[in-house]
Design a protein around this ligand. Structure first.
Ligand code: PEP
Ligand code: MN
Length: 349
């Protein structure tokens, strides 16, 4: 961190900054120019950030050098991480497809969707038992009954379960069934939830907030990692912009930045990014071409009957066609689609 003093700052102003930095356990190196003095800070930058340096007299600007996140940064952990979700893997060696319904609507629907996901070559099943809905009058999910259905889907297909947890008080209950806990876009900065999922040793799929910068997203991941859980998969799901023709705007550049800045795997959710089933395939292929480590897509046996997000759900046939295209492109790019180990239940080869 560097403190830039204003042109009119006097010795007393400089001494005050140096003193505050030393009190916080750091060192301050003063460099006096012809018109301006700058002070370089060395030590625990986290503690300097708490200091109100920019409000001290004579200070013009405090410049942050380096990243505010550490545990999730590539800077200190250059090797990319692989995150295992049950028998599935997310990492830089392959491309992982997660598929499933937006919500568990019923036992029959979830089982059909799970079979479709398995048939198409997905290696994990998504599906919400607890749904964050904009309207309190919309279907809120089957809750505990939905979790039981997801467990049955795993039992039959062998696919590990990615499912959302909305509240800190539900974390243990959802984690008892989930192979990965999803923290949704609306909860990306729910710090008590982040800390709670960080205390467990269950992988977390952390979606980017609707209006979060990449740095805020990585700082949310830092909250989880700071509690001891580094099994985090980042998920870009579109951000809100001025463009109304898609549900959100898929920020593939943001995905690539997150992937460059962090060692964590980064996947893309083209379903929520576009809100439109005709755009899910093109954006999934674009995500693969742009370097993403996987996609998470919504599929429903009968999208017109879906209780949630029907317009963006692929049919089972569409999912199969998409995974075939993804597999072909992935082979060309030398990053094959990941598969489940042969020993996994339901493995058909
Ligand atoms: C979901 O995955 O169904 C969901 C609600 O996603 P998001 O949090 O990205 O809106
Ligand atoms: Mn959804």
């Amino acid at each position: 961190m560097v403190v830039v003093m204003s042109v009119g700052a006097d010795d007393e102003d400089v001494a005050r900054v140096v003193e505050r930095v030393r009190e916080a356990g750091g060192e301050a190196f003063v460099s006096r120019g012809r018109y301006r003095t700058i002070i370089g800070l060395v030590g625990d930058t986290g503690s300097f950030r708490e200091l109100p340096l920019s409000t001290l007299p004579g200070v013009e600007q405090v410049v942050q050098v380096g990243k505010p996140y550490k545990l999730v940064a590539r800077e200190l952990h250059p090797a990319p991480s692989t995150v295992r979700v049950g028998p599935a893997a997310f990492g830089r060696d392959g491309f992982t497809v997660v598929a499933g319904p937006c919500a568990v609507d019923s036992r029959e629907q979830a089982l059909e969707a799970a079979r479709a996901a398995r048939r198409a070559g997905a290696t994990a099943l998504r599906g919400g038992a607890y749904k964050p809905r904009t309207s309190p009058y919309s279907f809120q999910g089957l809750a505990a009954a939905g979790l039981e259905i997801l467990a049955e889907c795993r039992e039959e297909t062998g696919l590990p379960i990615v499912t959302e947890v909305l509240e800190p008080r539900d974390v243990e209950k959802v984690a008892a069934v989930a192979d990965a806990l999803q923290v949704g876009a609306r909860n990306m900065q729910n710090f008590s939830l982040l800390k709670e999922v960080g205390r467990l040793h269950v992988p977390v799929v952390l979606k980017r907030g609707l209006s979060a910068t990449v740095e805020e997203w990585l700082m949310a991941a830092e909250y989880i990692a700071q509690q001891g859980n580094s099994e985090i998969v980042l998920c870009e799901r579109g951000i809100r912009t001025f463009e109304p023709s898609t549900r959100n705007t898929l920020d593939l550049a943001g995905m690539a930045v997150a992937r460059r800045e962090s060692h964590l795997p980064v996947i893309v959710d083209p379903s929520h990014a576009t809100g439109d089933r005709t755009l899910v395939g093109p954006m999934a292929l674009a995500a693969l071409a742009a370097g993403a480590d996987g996609v998470m897509v919504e599929v429903h046996p009968r999208p017109s009957e879906a209780l949630c997000d029907g317009p963006q759900a692929l049919t089972p046939d569409e999912l199969e066609a998409l995974t075939a295209e993804l597999a072909a492109l992935a082979r060309t790019l030398g990053r094959p689609l990941t598969t489940l180990p042969q020993s996994t239940k339901g493995a058909s080869g």
